[in-house]
Ligand binder design. Structure first.
Ligand code: TPP
Length: 370
């Protein structure tokens, strides 16, 4: 227990003092300048180019996914533009054997972790093959239940610890997800067990149409980790270098046996919540959109890399063309996959099929054979 204090308890100051500690961590500012020399991860030229390539590629993947969805060629899709630094720079700090427990918006990370793109498209279509993850690709299917992946990550991380594995389990949710009970249970359990977990909250400012301010009285989401006794940081989620460093350090602590960390990445989604029909103009102004567009992660990284002579318009166009080609081939492969049947749904649901489903299975099998 701490020292006894005799001074009067001042609730305002106590809260203020804690909240003031959560200043936003930034390395590369909006103008593409390093503003925090000391924290610069000094990535190699190849690494910088690779990270930029992934962000540009993923922006194209987002644009193509949106238009494929509008053509009726994809199903459920949650746009990712604006969150590239938050998603891909955090992923960039991982190792191949680390486990990713994504939410529905986190398809880019699992694709870069090894999920073939055509399978990601099948996931979007609700096809079971999209959730059949290849052996050796350490990801689980994206979670739709808000926050549930936090509890599952605490479990996976504990398993990794028990196996003395030098790997981590990383998970992502949104600002809205941090209002769920599962969020608190997950970070608390992992903290208590000192499990190698990394909890990322991508604060893109809205849970569908609900602004972040309405979600919680806390000034930051990062500070919530402190109550669970785990290191927590608020990061500029539009800054690839800051996100990379925060995740790299969290990973290092995790594999060193120092337990989990919480990272809040301040970012923005440019598009709608999903392609299922919400209209962002009803809950956001164009002024807010413009304010965030000026912080764009790709724009600032482009300026930074061009300044180093590592990037050019030509290079970017090559990446864009490659992305378009690969997306085209992947959607073709998804199209060529046999359509999902009702019998697939039934047979994939249970390891041992219940009797009533067995009856239905036979009925559908008969119908499908015609
Ligand atoms: C347990 C649960 N409650 C409600 C929903 C419906 N729902 C889907 S997305 C969403 C908002 C999530 O917002 P946030 O966590 O900020 O993530 P974002 O979509 O912004 O990435 C809600 C409430 C759900 N999927 N699961």
């Amino acid at each position: 227990m701490g020292e006894k204090i005799s001074k009067q308890f001042d609730p305002k100051t106590t809260l203020q003092e804690i909240e003031d500690q959560f200043q936003m961590f930034q390395i590369l500012n909006e103008e593409g300048k390093i503003v925090n020399e000391e924290a610069d991860p000094k990535l190699s030229d190849e690494e910088l180019v690779e990270l930029m390539t992934r962000m540009v590629y993923t922006r194209i993947l987002d644009q193509r996914s949106i238009s494929l969805n509008r053509q009726g060629r994809l199903g459920f899709y949650a746009p990712t533009a604006g969150q590239e630094a938050s998603q891909l720079a955090s992923h960039f700090a991982l190792e191949k054997d680390d486990w990713i427990l994504p939410g529905y918006r986190d398809v880019p990370q699992i694709v870069w972790h090894g999920l073939p793109l055509w399978k990601a498209f099948l996931f979007s279509r609700g096809h079971f093959v999209g959730n059949q993850i290849p052996e050796g690709v350490n990801v689980v299917p994206p979670q739709i239940i808000i926050g549930a992946q936090y509890v599952q990550t605490a479990g996976v991380a504990l398993g990794l610890k028990k196996r003395c594995s030098k790997t981590v389990a990383i998970t992502y949710t949104g600002d809205g997800g941090s209002s769920q009970g599962d969020f608190y249970e997950g970070i608390n359990f992992a903290g208590a067990q000192k499990s190698p977990a990394i909890f990322i909250v991508q604060n893109n400012q809205y849970a569908i149409s609900t602004p972040r301010e309405v979600q919680t009285a806390a000034k930051t989401i990062a500070q919530k980790g402190i109550a669970a006794g785990i290191p927590s940081i608020l990061v500029d989620g539009m800054d690839p270098l800051a996100v990379y460093v925060a995740t790299r350090d969290a990973r290092q602590r995790a594999v060193n046996g120092e337990g989990p960390s919480l990272i809040e990445t301040m970012c923005y989604r440019y598009g709608p919540h999903t392609m299922s029909g919400d209209d962002p103009t009803r809950y956001r102004t164009s002024d807010i959109d413009n304010e965030w567009a000026a912080k764009d992660p790709i724009v600032r990284f482009r300026i930074y890399l061009e300044g180093k002579g590592l990037w050019s318009e030509q290079k970017e166009n090559e990446v864009i063309e490659r992305a378009k080609e690969e997306i085209k081939a992947a959607i073709k492969q998804a199209d060529e996959t046999p359509k999902q049947k009702v019998t697939d749904l039934i047979s994939n649901m249970y390891e041992e099929m219940p009797v009533n489903l067995q009856e239905q299975y036979e009925i559908y099998k008969e119908k499908e054979s015609k």
